[in-house]
Ligand binder design. Structure first.
Ligand code: FAD
Ligand code: UDP
Length: 374
């Protein structure tokens, strides 16, 4: 069959575009993924014990975009959830992002918020230009807190020192002088009530969308017939690595189910300094599920494996720009998503990016129609 669009990747980027093109523009879509399921990295499923887990690590939805929230709300109900994370440092479990309680409980101080702000001024290092992920943190909270909470975690997670990573990586984590211990402060913070996969199933359940799972696009592309291509896989792979490999950081997930009801005080505990893993997630505390057992995931960062994180460094950005130029020159091929545009994007940013591409695609088409009718 001839499809209007072939879409490679059934994660957020691919599924949003499939949904829009099929349901709003009446297009026929072939949605291909090499994994045996839809949802991309946000895929969740019941494990052998019947506990809902995230196969590719914890996914917490948060956004400041009313448009993204309204769009996804068509496909799921929500469960209000504000994410809180503790970091295991010097034998204590302390709030991260660093806040008033983190500092007081770590050092045994009794600072007020005003005193903590003054303290940060005295320990913060003066940095001429904030360029790296080290600069961000040492300038705000000084070297000791940087070393205790950020240096080890970042080295483990990225395989390089924070001084070699773009400032945007640790800038994701704010510093607070109050007692707010939420990980995110976005206006909308929810988990999909019945999980991400159920939400994706609703999105792509349309007669115009044909799913082809467990299929690598590269193996079948010569047998497919389509007018335009949307590609959400790694952009360097699409071009056969012609300029060299774009670095991605991978993870190994160790999923475990324990015969205890409760394992840790919050859904995620970070281990910046001890162990080879970075964090432990306890899913029931994210999803609200009640179950006599509990399921955990330990995350072990590694270089090899599925590409999970683009690595924000100046030389990688330069390499990506070469691929981007090539991508822009392709007729009828559109690159989108975290891997397709080599961006360290959260789910909501990918949804927004996909909705923007959709508008461009249908906008371009209506322009063509106008041109034809003239
Ligand atoms: P993906 O979900 O990666 O989908 C791309 C799909 O393309 C994959 O399913 C892949 O199998 C498929 N594919 C690639 N190549 C081919 C090919 N050749 N043929 C066929 N199929 C192919 N974001 C948040 O907002 N909150 C969080 O808490 C959060 N936590 C995260 C935790 C981890 C461990 C990770 C790795 C990411 C996290 N994210 C989080 C980010 C989130 O996962 C991404 O923003 C989002 O899933 C990206 O969607 P995507 O469609 O761009 O890519
Ligand atoms: N980070 C850290 N210590 C922490 C939490 C985060 O050093 O306890 C740094 C680390 O470099 C991490 C980055 O901040 O990769 C962004 O953290 P986030 O939780 O946003 O990472 P993600 O959920 O995307 O893996």
């Amino acid at each position: 069959m001839q499809y209007d669009f072939a879409i490679v990747g059934a994660g957020f980027a691919g599924s949003v575009l499939a949904e829009r093109l099929a349901s709003q523009a009446g297009k026929t879509v072939l949605l291909i993924d090499k994994r045996p399921h839809i949802g991309g990295n946000a895929y969740d499923c019941l494990n052998e014990a019947g506990i809902l887990i995230h196969q590719y690590g914890p996914h917490i939805f948060h956004t400041n975009s009313p448009d993204v929230f309204a769009y996804l709300s068509q496909f799921t109900e929500w469960r209000p959830y504000e994410h809180r994370v503790l970091a295991s440092v010097d034998g204590k479990l302390l709030p991260i992002p660093i806040n008033l309680d983190t500092v007081n409980n770590l050092y045994g101080y009794t600072f007020t918020s005003e005193e903590l702000a003054e303290y940060f001024k005295t320990v913060g290092e003066s940095v001429d230009e904030i360029r790296t992920s080290e600069d961000v943190v040492v300038s705000q909270v000084g070297r000791d807190l940087y070393e205790k909470f950020f240096r080890g975690y970042t080295r483990k997670q990225w395989g390089v020192d924070p001084s070699e990573l773009d400032k945007m990586v640790t800038s994701r984590i704010p510093t607070r002088t109050n007692q707010d211990d939420r990980y995110f402060t976005d206006e909308f913070q929810y988990m999909p009530l019945h999980g991400y996969t159920k939400m994706f199933e609703k999105m792509v359940d349309h007669p115009n969308i044909h799913q082809m799972l467990d299929t690598d696009f590269n193996q079948v592309k010569d047998q497919l017939s389509f007018t335009e291509l949307i590609y959400t896989g790694p952009v360097d792979e699409y071009f056969d690595f012609c300029y060299g490999k774009l670095p991605y950081r991978s993870l190994r997930f160790d999923h475990q189910t324990l015969d205890v009801n409760d394992y840790q005080p919050v859904s995620v505990v970070n281990y910046p300094n001890d162990h080879a893993y970075t964090r432990i997630t306890e899913y029931k505390k994210l999803t609200g599920q009640e179950h006599p057992k509990t399921s955990l995931t330990f995350e072990y960062p590694q270089d090899e494996g599925d590409p999970y994180y683009p690595v924000p460094r100046p030389e990688n950005a330069a390499l990506y720009r070469q691929y981007k130029q090539l991508a822009d020159e392709q007729e009828g091929v559109h690159f989108v998503g975290r891997l397709g545009t080599y961006r360290y994007y959260n789910m909501d940013q990918v949804v927004a990016q996909a909705l923007t591409l959709y508008k461009k695609l249908v906008g371009a088409e209506s322009l063509q129609e106008v041109a034809k009718s003239e």
